[in-house]
Design a binder for this molecule. Sequence first.
Ligand code: GFB
Length: 328
Amino acid sequence: MNEHARIFVAGRRGLVGSAILRKLEEAGHDCLLTATREQLDLRDQAAVHYWFRANRPEYVFLAAGTVGGILANSTRPAEFIYDNMMIHATVVHASHLFGVKKLLYLGSSCIYPRECEQPMTESMLLTAPLEPTNEPYAIAKIAGIKLCQAYRRQYGCNFISAMPTNLYGPNDNFDLTSSHVLPALIRKFHDARLEGRKEVVVWGTGRPRRELLHVDDLADACLFLMTHYEDESHVNVGTGEDLTIHELASMVREVVYPDAVVIFDASKPDGSPRKLLDVSRLHSRGWRHRIDLRTGIEQTYRWFLEHHDVARLVAGAAAHQHAAATES
Ligand code: GFB
């Protein structure tokens, strides 16, 4: 993948897509093809074929999708399964039809069973029932893995899959109705400090454990895999370390609002009790993460303060409410 290669980053505005774009630009790549959601609906096969025929990408980072935390997954299951299945099927098929040299598909650690031996190895896929709160999304992500493997077997496509753990970092989603835990905690402690409130409500019991990888580390792993990984099996991408939600909330409180008091709302779902990835396959290929969690939280909060004014958050929430109202 030389610096003049035609590279398509699907999902350029998202947490992952924007990080991959930053990494590619840093590495000197000068032919980066992107299309926003308004320019190209990746669920629309005719539009995607037209775009691929016109732009002829040689490499594809498939980081586009409808994503969200435990609340969004629980309340919008049809969007999560339909959008993601359509995006994966359309982009993978177009990549085959138009001769893409290599495609990297990004899944998620929720593909593994709820009651899974920890840490979870790649071979544990489909060995037991999934976590109910995000099963529709997980089914769509598993289908993406199987798509890439099937096109590799039948057509010889060089399509690979990476399964990242929970991610965070710049350009994350801080809207409380759809965000993942870490950006939600940053937002909650930030708002409480600004509004002079002492108490911050954290969902669940605080006992579940989560592994958190900074998205710049993930982007670095994606470029590494695009260059060095050619196998059929998907590959886990993570830090290999996890902590409880209680410990995570304490870490965010120290960074954002040390005087706050944390209250746990056990009426909210905990989701998977634990989903620590076994990252030995990736480590054996020579890649490891670099950004430690405390540093990553500090850097993400700085980004939040510089970029996420209240107006945008309010607009985002209002847009979401409007969308919900027009759908009902
Ligand atoms: O990150 P999260 O929303 O999703 O929730 P999952 C992780 C844990 O954080 C759960 C707790 O135990 C939540 O109860 N939590 C505490 C909170 N306070 C909050 C809060 O204010 N907001 C949120 N969102 N959580 C996701 C899947 O599962 O994992 C995605 O839903 C994706 O599809 C992602 O696969 C990697 O980690 O439980």
